[in-house]
Design a protein around this ligand. Structure first.
Ligand SMILES: *[C@@H]1O[C@H](CO)[C@@H](O)[C@H](O)[C@H]1NC(C)=O
Ligand SMILES: *[C@@H]1O[C@H](CO)[C@@H](O)[C@H](O)[C@H]1NC(C)=O
Length: 456
């Protein structure tokens, strides 16, 4: 790191309560469209061995103006800007959401959640966890996440601002690193008054502390940051097709239970498989649910979210057709981005040359999340994040305008996600029969952790 960038970090640390931009780059593209990129630091996050930070930061630094977001990448770094590996600080998740803030009184806030479907939970625009370094977040052309529309804020002097939540667990010296990352209540000395609750976000709340080995109890705190890079094009520069953001959750059993309101529990527990299943080589926890997508269209990007132990997620249409298959990548080393035993990336789904996958308005989609049942795991997740655009036929001019400018510089890839042999799947014409539409008898639905894991 150059002395000047070190200075930028120091200045950021000492002068800014909110995040500060590190640098701005702009790459000229065909047809006068500029893909812009800016890197920011979150407010400082102070962690000592075993401790947890799970805070929301309001009015963080973010690109301003009427824009189409094209990607969002983040990672934890230390005060020198060096990436911090997951076995030192486990990044449980980060979430980024716009909200409307009163220009007169900044503490008056109105949420601006995504398009659904968990109603007040999982309302973020972007969010990933341990897998953040090797998960592609690029929104394909001609699509973009529209932000900063001056006409969007509600009347009464509201402006759009951004909030950031970072949930990080310092596992230096931890008695059980993976147990701390799975938020096992016994390791945090927390008792949750709820039948069978053994672990999850209710036990690794902000300021909680996981058990550490002797000699680490008085460990010095260190300061970390979420460093995040946002890429965008100006709304007026390109004929961008806006997308709606949906997040599906495999724990939402409302439809199966005949309830009208969503029932997203965000997390669940995977039980160890039975001796019989182990003997039959069927030691896998298969969790399946159905959720309704209120408004359909074309799925132009999809990615699953799983924790360590995950072996794959898939998303299917009402007739069983495969919409996306998203697989975790595991690290096999020590360095940041390749930590052994952790999920360091998730494969993503993009439209195939034949076109994007289409879903109907009100179509019931099936979400599948598999975990190995080789041991019990708490606080696991099975989510699907989708970007859905209105059918292209409705926007022929836009399609033409953007077909001409397919800029290759908009395409970037995360080598790690491919090096480990988990190719990006393709959204498109693939048809498979869903053979497993059942809940494994061994799986137990975990307890809700709404306040901490969801949208504020
Ligand atoms: C947890 O409780 C045990 C027994 O009461 C105590 O010895 C230990 O210090 C506590 N650990 C933490 C991290 O608070
Ligand atoms: C989940 O596990 C079942 C049973 O082993 C298998 O048939 C299915 O293909 C798996 N799905 C994913 C997404 O890994």
């Amino acid at each position: 790191m150059s002395p000047s960038s070190f200075l930028v970090l120091l200045v950021t640390f000492f002068t800014s309560a909110a995040a500060a931009p590190l640098h701005l780059t702009a790459q000229p593209l065909v047809a006068g469209v500029l893909l812009k990129s800016k890197t920011f630091l979150s407010p400082p996050i102070s962690l000592r061995p075993g401790s947890v930070s799970n805070k929301w930061y309001h009015d963080v630094a973010f690109p301003r103006g009427h824009l189409a977001l094209k990607s969002f990448n983040g990672e934890l770094v230390d005060a020198r800007g060096a990436p911090v590996p997951l076995h030192e600080t486990y990044l449980h998740h980060w979430l980024v959401s716009p909200y409307y803030s009163s220009a007169a009184a900044a503490e008056r806030r109105r949420p601006r959640p995504n398009a659904g479907v968990c109603l007040g939970l999982l309302g973020q625009f972007f969010g990933l966890g341990a897998e953040t370094r090797r998960t592609a977040t690029r929104v394909p052309d001609p699509y973009g996440v529209e932000i900063g529309d001056p006409a969007a804020p509600p009347d009464g002097g509201y402006v759009e601002r951004w909030s950031l939540n970072v949930h990080a667990i310092d596992t230096r010296g931890a008695a059980d690193k993976l147990g701390c990352a799975e938020c096992r209540c016994d390791l945090y000395n927390v008792t949750v008054n709820e039948a069978g609750y053994a672990g999850g976000a209710q036990c690794c709340y902000d300021q909680a502390r996981c058990r550490v080995e002797e000699g680490f109890a008085d460990g010095e705190p260190r300061v970390l940051f979420l460093r995040y890079t946002v890429m965008w094009v100006d709304w007026s520069d390109a004929a961008v097709v806006p997308v709606r953001i949906y997040i599906l959750d495999v724990t939402d059993t409302a439809l199966l239970d005949g309830k009208s309101e969503p029932d997203c529990k965000v997390e669940y527990t995977v039980e160890e498989c039975s001796a019989e299943n182990r003997a039959r080589n069927e030691c896998v926890d298969v969790k399946v649910t159905k959720e309704v997508l209120p408004r359909g269209g074309e799925i132009v990007y999809a990615v699953g979210h799983q924790h360590a132990g995950g072996t794959g997620t898939s998303l299917h249409g009402e007739d069983g057709r495969l919409l996306c298959w998203s697989m975790p990548t595991y690290g096999d080393g020590e360095e940041a981005g390749n930590e052994a035993g952790y999920v360091v990336g998730m494969s993503t789904c993009y439209p195939s040359p034949g076109g994007a996958a289409r879903v109907r308005d009100g179509e019931a989609l099936t979400v599948v999340s598999n975990y190995t049942g080789e041991r019990r795991r708490t606080g696991v997740m099975g989510h699907f994040y989708l970007l859905v655009a209105d059918e292209q036929e409705q926007q022929p001019q836009q399609r033409l305008a953007l077909n001409k400018q397919q800029p290759s510089s908009l395409c970037f890839s995360f080598p790690g996600a491919f090096r480990h042999g988990s190719p990006s799947s393709t959204i498109g014409a693939v048809r498979v029969k869903v053979s497993v539409v059942r809940s494994a008898p061994s799986s137990v639905v975990g307890s809700p952790a709404k306040a901490s894991a969801g949208h504020k």
